[in-house]
Design a protein around this ligand. Structure first.
Ligand code: NDP
Length: 485
């Protein structure tokens, strides 16, 4: 079978596809079949040099354009992305294995939202005037320069757009390195941006493993690094960026709590738990994988959950009827199987699924453990797969202490009909992104990001502008200058 997935070349630099076959081969594997569907080459030093020098060279002229002009290009790119949503979604499904049912509504669409939102904002980015008697200060909001974006493999189109859109809106240029597991979609983002009118060198994509990312992060020409990845990688990249005093955004992993109180609407709580554990086969950073259920509602919750899970349609992810696809890779599947074995070994009660499916591709059933305790490995470590841990609790103080007893702080959710408790609990969560009676919504208008070990900085919303620009203060004296001698 042939797939429409082989890109024209491995990299997109200075407005064009670029190939250098001296780079190590990276096979692109379709998670639903295990077949090789494309091949790209890792960036050689020459490719890295070309990308960085192109981004550096393009930056001055890009920043000199008015915000209105830059914004118009981003909004045109958003339109193109929406027009091509079907083809981009099919490609995202080949790249990641996520069902078309998902990719057609959350990947290119969310990328387009970011391009439209920050495109609309580009013309509004201003400094302020601060009057000081007759003197005054004005501030200029200026770009940082060249930004490096490094992506994880779960949302390749979205990550490339969420980083690119605010960076470009502020007058920066970008070199983006996708995960080597999903190298295809970011190339399309670059292609679309340039088709929409972005000058050559403004948005570049190069392929490679961690070593290519590391070469980018340590280069003197780079002013900012935005990483979406795991906490261990975040530590390394943050340290490397710190050596050059570079700006950073770190969107890292989590082990987020979801709390279901006795008075919750069971159906909505089950929906939230399904969204927060099994969407994208559980490969979502903000997932609420520690589901604390108050004892009075536990049996009703588990019964409805098991009934609803039987409705999951597991199969060909390109079929719009499929609602649950494979894991992204054999490796990730192995990691998930290891955690499931550990859960059983440590005494958690398997109440649903968890078996690898006897077919091609990297399929595993959604998995639910009940009677999980805080000390179990599956309650402490990020699994990044479809494994839900259900933990019991008695009262609010107890559950809040347990929910916050983690090094992570990406997200947290609460299901309750008690209005004041909902807001009290949200205020008490040590997490950057919280939900009341819902889970995992991520609109571009709202800040997204983590606290504690889950990250630094925020993506999306007006808050992202502060992370892709810097303020210059200009003091203006209207009278004479007094000096001591
Ligand atoms: P990794 O941390 O393994 O990799 C992230 C990216 O960093 C990849 O492109 C990787 O390259 C690159 N990289 C690895 N080492 C280095 C290095 N030393 N210097 C520079 N770059 C490097 O994450 P995964 O791709 O496995 O993604 C899963 C993780 O991402 C999970 O922990 C998840 O929670 C997190 N995530 C966080 C999100 C958020 O917004 N907070 C959203 C999505 C995922 P390569 O893989 O090619 O080697």
């Amino acid at each position: 079978m042939t797939y429409p997935t082989q890109p024209k070349a491995s990299h997109f630099i200075n407005g064009k596809y670029v190939e250098d076959t001296d780079g190590a081969v990276i096979d692109v594997i379709y998670p639903a079949s295990g077949e090789k569907i494309a091949q790209v080459h890792s960036a050689t030093p020459a490719v890295i040099e070309f990308a960085l020098s192109s981004a550096r060279q393009a930056q001055g002229a890009w920043a000199a354009m008015t915000g209105t002009e830059r914004g118009r290009i981003l909004r045109r790119a958003a339109d193109i992305m929406r027009e091509r949503n079907h083809d981009l979604s099919v490609l995202e499904t080949y790249d990641t294995g996520k069902p078309y049912q998902e990719t057609s509504v959350v990947d290119a669409t969310s990328g387009a939202d970011a391009l439209e939102y920050f495109g609309g904002m580009a013309a509004t980015l201003t400094g302020e005037h601060i009057q000081l008697g007759e003197d005054w200060v004005y501030t200029r909001r200026e770009p940082l320069g060249v930004c490096v974006g490094i992506g994880a493999w779960n949302y390749p189109t979205q990550i490339a757009s969420w980083k690119g859109a605010p960076a470009l809106a502020c007058g920066n240029t970008m070199v983006f390195k996708p995960s080597e597991t999903t190298p295809l979609c970011a190339l399309k983002v670059a292609e679309i941006l340039h088709e929409a009118g972005a000058p050559a060198g403004v948005y570049n994509v190069i392929q490679g493993l961690g070593d290519v990312g590391a070469a980018l992060v340590t280069d003197d020409r780079v002013d900012k690094v935005s990483l979406t990845g795991s906490v261990p990688t975040g530590r390394k990249v943050y340290a490397a960026a710190a050596a050059g005093i570079k700006h950073v955004t770190m969107e890292l992993g989590g082990k987020s709590p979801m709390i279901v109180f006795d008075d919750a609407d069971v159906e909505n709580a089950v929906s939230g738990a399904i969204l927060g554990n099994f969407y994208s086969s559980g490969q979502v950073c903000s997932n609420g994988t520690r589901v604390f259920v108050q004892k009075g509602i536990k049996e009703a919750f588990l019964t409805r959950l098991a009934e609803r899970l039987k409705d999951a349609v597991i199969g060909d992810p390109q079929d719009p009827a499929t609602s649950f696809g494979p894991m992204v890779s054999e490796r990730q599947l192995g990691i998930v199987e290891g955690y499931i074995a550990k859960g059983k070994e440590e005494g958690a009660r398997l109440v649903y699924g968890g078996a690898r499916l006897p077919q091609d591709g990297f399929y595993i059933e959604p998995c639910v453990f009940a009677d999980v305790t805080d000390d179990m490995t599956i309650a402490r470590e990020e699994i990044f797969g479809p494994v839900m841990a259900v933990l019991d609790f008695d009262d609010e103080d107890e559950v809040m202490a347990r929910a916050n007893a983690t090094e992570f702080g990406l997200a947290a959710g609460v299901f309750t009909r008690d209005l004041t408790r909902a807001h009290r609990v949200a205020a008490g969560f040590q997490a950057g992104t919280c939900y009341i009676n819902t889970y995992n919504d991520a609109p571009v208008e709202a800040p997204f990001g983590g606290s504690k070990q889950s990250g630094v900085g925020r993506e999306n919303s007006k808050a992202a502008i502060a992370h892709y620009s810097q303020l210059k203060s200009v003091y203006v004296r209207m009278g004479d200058v007094e000096a001591p001698f």
